[in-house]
Design a protein around this ligand. Structure first.
Ligand code: BG6
Length: 468
């Protein structure tokens, strides 16, 4: 079988601690913002943890990681992306010493990955800021968070730096513009948050990201640090140049994060946006110096594309999409309204490579769907041909981008095992190759079953993309 995927291409899956670990109060873990978000971003946070919050138990990866990693190995994974729950290592976030029990848990996960020859790819902050930092400090609006995050990163690099090469600083850092509590631990509701406070928080995250990039290079020589953004190509709704400009301006809101991470300074279009909107933020000389610690690679999630228009009468926003944008009349959508656009992935890959000339890593992509567990020849499974079609179409476009000359390190599909959704906190929005028997009402045995896509993905990996 011929393939365009290079030797050593990393194939695997991606997860986040808060969406699969469960054990929210075990091992000395403190509360994270997710422990008070029972319905994701669809309802305001609760005062404390409530029984309807599926993330408190997740899919119990905390106790079943060995079984799950063995299943990933069976598919042939060469990489596994997961996050370290900040509140397992620093339960409140502002302690001076890390929690040994929390550190030891990820030692065990790394041991298991090593046993199967799977490379870890670790996200330091994946929508799970310690709740105390959100409630007592105002989340990332507060400059003190930079120091707390740096201390957390240092503890991780010191402990795991010799066995982990790939690190991501903040998951989908650009989402903070739309979901400031989930993304930045900012308790102020989005409609009451001033643009200056929002961009100050963004600035703090960008400085923190650059500082821990430097720290990783010092403490773990050879480590590769990536930024992580939501990639969402924005097309003009019509050929009208004003629509093209509206699309470009929407792209700039997202590009800014990659531009600063890759170039080490604020782009002119963002400074103009600040001036036009009366946004004033504190940027010190030391911050400017810190920002010059640019990333080694750019990683991103890709699920969908959107359109933009300058015409206020056509400014409808798409359903289910946290980033806004006008639905594309030429595309179909998932059951949650996310528009399916495989070609958009080739466009993003070319665009990012042209723009930043840094190696790229697709660290999330997949289809959230309602699966039906059935019995075939006495074995329980899910006939998820729709998921296979979605992923196959996207990976074919990845192959095209490789032929275009894009430098791509790997591909980790989102949620290789069913887990709790970020936006809606449902379990019925399933992404996995592995079905987990747990339902939205919390019932279920937590047993794991291989879906049809499990075999399909294994073939893709074993043939290094040749079977696509
Ligand atoms: C990304 C996040 O937004 O998309 C993940 O990084 C998330 O945490 C994934 O789970 C899919 O979104 P959702 O809302 O369907 O879980």
């Amino acid at each position: 079988m011929t393939t365009t995927f290079p030797d050593g291409f990393l194939w695997g899956g991606a997860t986040a601690a808060n969406q699969l670990e469960g054990a929210y109060a075990e091992g000395g873990k403190g509360l994270s913002i997710q422990d008070v978000m029972p319905h994701g971003i669809t309802t305001p946070p609760t005062e404390g943890p409530t029984p309807d919050n599926l993330k408190l138990e997740g899919i119990d990866f905390y106790h079943r990681y060995a079984e799950d990693i063995a299943l990933f190995a069976e598919m042939g994974f060469s990489v596994f992306r997961f996050s370290i729950a900040w509140s397992r290592i620093f339960p409140q976030g502002d302690e001076t010493e890390p929690n040994e029990e929390g550190l030891a848990f990820y030692d065990r996960v790394l041991d298991e990955l090593e046993k199967h020859g799977i490379e870890p790819l670790i996200t330091l902050s994946h929508y799970e800021t310690p709740l105390h930092l959100a409630r007592e400090y105002g989340g990332w609006t507060n400059r003190e968070l930079i120091g707390f995050y740096e201390r957390f990163a240092r503890a991780c690099f010191e402990r795991y730096g010799s066995r982990v090469k790939y690190w991501l600083t903040f998951n989908e850092i650009n989402s903070i513009v739309h979901v400031p509590f989930m993304s930045g631990g900012i308790p102020t509701p989005v409609e009451e948050l001033s643009k200056s406070d929002l961009y100050q928080a963004i600035h703090h995250e960008l400085v923190a990201s650059a500082r821990v990039t430097r720290l990783a290079h010092e403490l773990a020589p050879g480590s590769q640090i990536g930024c992580m953004v939501i990639a969402m190509p924005t097309y003009p709704l019509s050929p009208d140049p004003r629509d093209a400009l509206a699309a470009k301006q929407a792209e700039h809101t997202n590009y800014a994060f990659g531009d600063i991470h890759c170039r080490g300074y604020y782009p002119g279009y963002l400074l103009r946006f600040f001036r036009d909107n009366g946004i004033e933020i504190e940027i010190t000389d030391a911050d400017r110096e810190d920002l010059t610690n640019t990333v080694d690679f750019v990683s991103f999630s890709y699920y969908m594309s959107v359109c933009q228009t300058a015409d206020p009468a056509k400014q409808a926003t798409g359903e289910g999409n946290i980033m806004g944008g006008v639905p594309n009349p030429t595309l179909e959508a998932s059951e949650w309204g996310w528009q399916i656009d495989p070609v958009g992935l080739r466009i993003v890959l070319n665009d990012y490579w042209d723009r930043w000339q840094k190696p790229l890593f697709i660290v999330e992509n997949g289809l959230g769907a309602k699966d039906q567990l059935v019995e075939v020849d006495g074995v329980k499974t899910v006939e998820d041909d729709y998921r296979i079609a979605y992923m196959n179409d996207h990976l074919v476009q990845v192959g095209e981008a490789l032929k275009d000359g894009v430098n791509l390190l790997g591909y980790t599909s989102w949620g290789p095992i069913d887990l709790v959704s970020a936006s809606t906190a449902q379990l019925s929005k399933r992404y996995g190759f592995i079905y987990v028997d747990r339902n939205d009402d919390g019932s279920g045995t937590l047993e794991r079953f291989r879906k049809k896509s499990f075999g399909w993905y294994g073939d893709v990996i074993r043939s290094n993309g040749g079977s696509l």
